[in-house]
Design a protein around this ligand. Sequence first.
Ligand code: BYC
Ligand code: FE
Ligand code: FE
Length: 472
Amino acid sequence: MSDADYLDRIPNNVDLSSNRRLQRALEEWQPKFLDWWREMGPDGFQTKDAYLRTAVSVDSRGWAHFDYVKMPEYRWGIFLAAAEPGREVNFGIHKGSAAWQEVPGEYRGVLRRLIVTQGDTEPASVEQQRYLGRTCPSLYDLRNLFQVNVEEGRHLWAMVYLLDAYFGRDGREEAEALLQRRSGDPDKPRILAAFNEKTPDWLAFFMFTYFTDRDGKYQLCSLAESGFNPLSRTCRFMLTEEAHHMFVGETGIGRIVERACQVMRDQGADDVRKCGAIDLATLQRYLNFHYSVSLDLFGSEISTNAANYYTMGLKGRFEEAKKDDDHTLKDATYTVEVLAGDRVVQAEESALTTLNERLRDDYIADCQRGVDRWNQIIRRAGIDFELRLPHRGFHRTIGHFAEAKISPDGRVLTQAEWDARHSEWLPTEQDAVFVASLMQPVTERGRFASWIAPPTRGINGNAIDFEYVRQV
Ligand code: BYC
Ligand code: FE
Ligand code: FE
């Protein structure tokens, strides 16, 4: 393949053609990515036309192009948000110096690790969602799944670009390793725990895109504040795509809630499952699981790693630049919830070591907004039920709450109490079997599975019964 041809196939705004070394590195990586995509990407449908959006520029008015494309031919491009002239490091000990255009030598290892951790989640999620196409509730939803999958693939490209462009040989090795780890594989697992869980059904998929992709939003927002300018610009553009992933999650759950409410209103509260819809109690258990697993992704409440990332100017707070304080946080404190024996209490801690918890707080507030909208659907249907985010300490495996058993309402439990009650709070084997029984593919244009209401509108101005994925 000639260079020009190759360059045609990687849309980019990083002037790839003028950087031979980088071009060669990406050229070597591309076929390995495609091998990975074929082996671990969506199962089936690889030869079908899917109506997908492709990033073709970073222009806020027209960055996305919609058309039919076969997934392996998707143009995974490299896009950075526009450079801000004169940008500075906005926080930490280097606050006020010019933002770095190259990796500061002393932070090389730390920065590489942050980029690798971010990059690892992207292919992991594609692997987790690999088999969902087989049981799609509609062509509209199937297309949204594939859209999320190709964009997570592009996010992997975004991180591999940084590794190849700025980290030389070890960057190239990390880029290869990103294609070698496998979600859920005990011998070569993905880095973060949530990305080794299964996403076995569409309820889990919608919960994942609501809760876990939202961790992505908050992590990307704090990396977008980075003093390392290429990382900042890369993450800022990734965030524009992320919004759609969370939209898929929020509206997916909303439509399942709507369907459950319809059945409860029309047939009676006890018939939801019999009518092939998902009862709200099961939904709450799935919510509890995905929310708690996603909370773990923020790391420990007290973290010297987080303090260091901040002090070094590598990873900021959510909306760092908008905050009105000294942006060094040396003497500042922050209130966090901690365990004190059999109680959860508030404690004042250093603002630097509690940065993970602060980001988790921002995340929790954001999660609550969507839950409120789901509850509005329930209230409007005249049904007396409220979905709730469980306490932040519930079902945690990272941080100090991992040492205890906490109920959804925030009480510290004995092991015996937990054993007796956890099946009320987390998806049970029967829930999984029931939800699995509903997962029958619906691929007729304009039709939807019994457990989910149609969306209010189609994609990119198209009708709901548009042929979002062509069958032939
Ligand atoms: N699982 O100081 P601590 C996304 C490790 S999602 C396993 O508490 P730190 C997406 C930690 O590495 C966004 N291990 O944590 C969503 C450390 O190890 P060492 C992904 C964990 O370092 C959907 C030790 O425990 N992006 O984009 O402050 C679909 C103590 O750690 C976990 C990022 O994560 C865990 N959950 O913070 C597709 C951003 N948590 O040092 C995509 C980059 C902690 O003892 N990553 N550990 O060996 C980071 O900023 C940080 O690594 C973390 C952890 C926030 C994840
Ligand atoms: Fe992503
Ligand atoms: Fe995402």
